[in-house]
Write a protein that binds this ligand. Structure first.
Ligand code: FAD
Length: 366
């Protein structure tokens, strides 16, 4: 099989980039790994979130903002093509705090980002009364919140389904259950070997394999210093409309359940659910929204975030193997719109390519 681009990894990141490359007229094959691989895209929280992002790197704040701004059109186009409703609600998000100290710290971080982005980074601080008139179910233990109007949420599984469907409808090929075990430069392009022995010939390759890039990255000249971070998430039975806006503690999904999460745990590759994790998430959720004490929990799961050492995305063309690109991030829902609509022009070196220099994987070389 021959392609202009082989995208290794069929999660949110690989499929978003693949869709963008197809829209740019490229012949694309997506090669996805095994069912047993960790798949962040199947276990995430579904936020489109700007708040607090880019304290150490304003370019990240701008890139996230560009994506959030593109999301409405991105979701509309995807739904038009595929008929899948992404459940997008983008009417602001709340960062709730249980103490004045923690709220003050969040305000100082938001002010630091606003100092760099100005009017492009609006936010509002809500004291207890203002907060409860915006979000009536918030309980008395919450000291206040930061409201960012660009934040929102969507159904991440619907997004994944829609992306896969759109890639196929646009003529892309998806090879599922075909982990790539070898990549070698060949005749000015690359030859990829899958676990079942099949070969894919491609002019260029995009490594978007989530945590799978740890193993494959060095063979393409990337550092790929990624680490897993476990997040446990819970979902309740369907409830009547309760939460107006998503927060970092809970969001009401468009089918009605309240999704609660997520933990941040350094436990290697374990995706287990723990009693301590679930109990802490549930206790915080009830402290934030006391009405949740009545809710029945339906399900809990654990999934692994794909983390770089500084938490920023990685966009890098290999110095050693030009034509090989690495794409990785820990906010694949938020950044899906830029990955589909802006990143392809950087990969294709077009005149309107975004400047992504600060996100090079070479920043970890030392
Ligand atoms: C608990 C949790 C909550 C999160 N919440 C949010 C949120 O609210 N908002 C947000 O924006 N982001 C969130 N994220 C992050 C988001 O889910 C990830 O950024 C995104 O899913 C990463 O997508 P990916 O395609 O890089 O990785 P994955 O989804 O892990 O996909 C990688 C794919 O590569 C494949 N693969 C691996 N090795 C190979 C190989 N050798 N050959 C071929 N294929 C291979 C795997 O099989 C897999 O399908 C969350 C993540 C977690 C875990």
């Amino acid at each position: 099989m021959e392609a202009d681009f082989a995208v290794i990894g069929g999660g949110l990141v690989g499929l978003s980039v693949a869709l963008g490359l197809l829209n740019a007229g490229q012949k694309v094959v997506v090669i996805d790994g095994a069912e047993s691989d960790p798949k962040a895209s199947r276990g995430n929280f579904g936020l489109i979130w700007l708040q607090g992002k880019g304290v150490s790197q304003p370019r990240y704040a701008r890139w996230s903002k560009e994506s959030a701004d593109l999301w409405v059109g991105f979701a509309r186009d995807l739904s038009d093509i595929t008929g899948v409703d992404l459940g997008l609600r983008q009417e602001g998000g709340l960062d709730l705090h249980f103490s004045d100290d923690s709220l003050e710290f969040a305000i100082s971080e938001n002010e630091a980002i606003q100092a760099k982005l100005g009017a492009d980074y609006p936010f509002e601080v809500l004291g207890p009364d203002a907060l409860r008139s915006e979000e009536p179910e918030v309980g008395p233990k919450v000291a206040g919140a930061v409201l960012h109007p660009g934040d929102g949420h969507a159904d991440p599984l619907a997004l994944l389904t829609a992306l896969a469907k759109a890639v196929s409808l646009k003529g892309g090929q998806i090879l599922a259950g075909a982990p790539v075990v070898g990549v070698a430069p060949r005749d000015g392009g690359f030859s990829l070997t899958c676990e079942d022995g099949s070969q894919v010939r491609t002019a260029r390759v995009v490594l978007a394999a989530g945590l799978g890039a740890i193993k494959l990255g060095p063979s393409l000249g990337f550092c790929a210093p990624l680490k897993p971070e476990r997040g446990q998430v819970l979902i309740t039975e369907k409830m009547p409309p309760l939460l107006r806006r998503p927060s970092l503690i809970a969001r009401q999904v468009h089918a009605g359940g309240i999704q609660i999460g997520a933990t941040n745990e350094d436990v290697g590759m374990s995706r287990s659910v723990t009693f301590e994790g679930v109990a802490k998430l549930a206790a915080d959720a009830v402290d934030a929204y006391p009405a949740l004490a009545r809710a029945q929990l339906l399900r809990a799961w654990g999934a692994l975030r794909v983390m770089s050492p500084d938490g920023l995305p990685i966009y890098q063309e290999s110095d050693e193997f030009p034509g090989a690109f690495m794409v990785s991030c820990h906010s694949g829902v938020t950044l899906a719109a830029v990955h589909a609509m802006r990143l392809p022009s950087w990969i294709l070196k077009q005149a309107d390519a975004p400047d992504l220099g600060v996100f090079g994987d070479d920043r970890f070389a030392a």
